[in-house]
Design a protein around this ligand. Structure first.
Ligand code: ADP
Length: 420
């Protein structure tokens, strides 16, 4: 099946989020970890490539994104989507602009749009300013992000130092007048030599207007929500392959949690309250004693009860472990143990894997040798069940980034698969 839309995402759970939103349409969506090195084969109408370039230097991000673009072109895609975080995570040295500019050059595109709005998740762009809930980006908790502190809310100002071309804005009053008005504004900006256009959006209807107005652009860029209207727009290229029925997977499951976000802490607490068997990982103990204890515990578990293994901890405990081991080493130790547990569980017959945490999900999929997933129904916005093969077995994976899902996410995920 020829690919109609090729998407490149700057991180793993962002790609899952995007793939889940595209799959809402019922069309077959395939998610690949990293740009494939093999020529395209068995491709889906929507192909999403997950890269790990959010904080990579611009030159590395550009080369990774261009490699992905070449593969997607070879798969037949004619339209492309560059997906980044809905909080526009970047610095003046950030790579959102450089990647967009490089992809435009590859595609011969003279203009693209930037729309990180995700109204369902409280991200809105108004007069070029990005809001997180009711707060401007630079007054939201993002101002203190350890890697990408956002100290300006104005996307036009944030983007300008990242690109060599001119940056402009299509504002919300224009978007409110509909697709024809937006198209007119984009054309006037193009005549003035403006290749990079931030577009306001505060509601889902705005995103539909913007998607319609930009349907002839080879490249559009933004948060995952901008992709929601695309399946309908792409349908006019002909019938698209539908999402296949998920393969049957035995109800033997494991829940692996390496996220320490506030929501994941609540999700772990709720799952413990439900009486699920659980093992808590402590990075300090692991650093001294290794993985044997948790693997012995896992060997004694009934996988039909979906046991939980978690390193999820409150901020003071995380700080204490990081203080003793260093943040990178503490993180690595936990990720390696979660990976070892996933491999062990697979060998012991687990076929359903629920994983909390972006980096943690990357470590687990890598450990399971999974580099391509078929995207199924969403459990909660932004988190679909995905299906893959590992060691000759059909497996199902739910990969959740830190703050996604409600308190009952783990139980919901397991129950949701039963129903599908
Ligand atoms: P999120 O999606 O919430 O950011 P990630 O899995 O991407 O979750 O990141 C969480 C990081 O924290 C991982 O590198 C993980 O190994 C690390 N980590 C998990 N538990 C602990 C802990 N108790 N102490 C220190 N680091 C931890």
């Amino acid at each position: 099946m020829t690919t109609v839309l090729g998407a490149i995402a700057d991180d793993f759970t962002g790609a899952t989020d995007l793939a889940g939103l595209l799959a809402r349409s019922g069309v077959r969506v395939s998610l690949r970890m990293g740009a494939p090195t093999d020529p395209p084969d068995d491709t889906a109408p929507f192909e999403v490539i997950a890269l790990k370039i959010r904080t990579a230097p611009a030159a590395d991000a550009v080369s990774g994104a261009c490699q992905a673009l070449h593969w997607l072109k070879a798969a037949g895609a004619a339209r492309f989507f560059w997906k980044y975080c809905s909080t526009f995570d970047s610095t003046p040295e950030g790579n959102i602009g450089p990647v967009a500019e490089a992809l435009m050059a590859e595609l011969g595109a003279e203009q693209t749009i930037y729309c990180p709005a995700f109204p369902e998740n409280g991200r809105a762009v108004f007069m070029g300013h990005l809001f997180v809930g009711q707060e401007p980006l630079a007054e939201s908790p993002m101002k203190d992000h350890p890697l990408t502190p956002m100290r300006d809310s104005n996307l036009v100002r944030l983007l300008q130092p990242q690109v060599s071309g001119k940056v402009g804005l299509v504002d919300r009053p224009t978007v409110a007048r509909g697709a024809t008005a937006v198209r007119g504004a984009l054309a006037r900006l193009a005549d003035a030599g403006v290749g990079h256009v931030v577009v306001d959006a505060v509601a889902d209807d705005d995103l539909s207007v913007i998607a319609e107005a930009s349907r002839d652009m080879a490249l559009i860029t933004g948060g995952s929500a901008l992709a929601m209207p695309l399946p309908v727009l792409c349908a006019d290229v002909g019938a698209l392959a539908e999402r296949p029925e998920p393969p049957g997977t035995s109800a033997t499951a494991i829940v692996l949690s390496g996220s320490c976000s506030a929501m994941t802490n609540r999700q772990v607490a709720a799952y413990l309250d439900s009486g699920a068997p659980a093992f808590q990982l402590d990075p300090l103990t692991l650093a001294e004693a290794g993985t044997q204890e948790v693997l012995d515990w896992l060997a004694s578990q009934d996988l039909r009860r979906a046991p939980l293994i978690y390193a999820t901890a409150a901020p003071d405990a995380v700080r204490a472990a990081q203080g003793r081991l260093g943040a990178a080493r503490a993180g690595d130790i936990v990720e390696q143990v979660l990976a070892a547990c996933a491999r062990f569980a697979l060998g012991a017959g687990a076929r359903r894997f629920v994983v909390a945490g972006g980096e943690s999900s990357g470590a687990v999929t890598q450990a399971l040798g999974v580099n391509r997933l078929d995207v199924g129904r969403e459990i909660t916005p932004g988190v679909p069940w995905c299906f893959a093969r590992s060691g000759g077995n059909a497996i199902a994976l739910a990969l959740k980034s830190g703050n996604f899902g409600s308190e009952s996410f783990f139980a919901d995920a397991l129950a949701g698969l039963e129903a599908s």
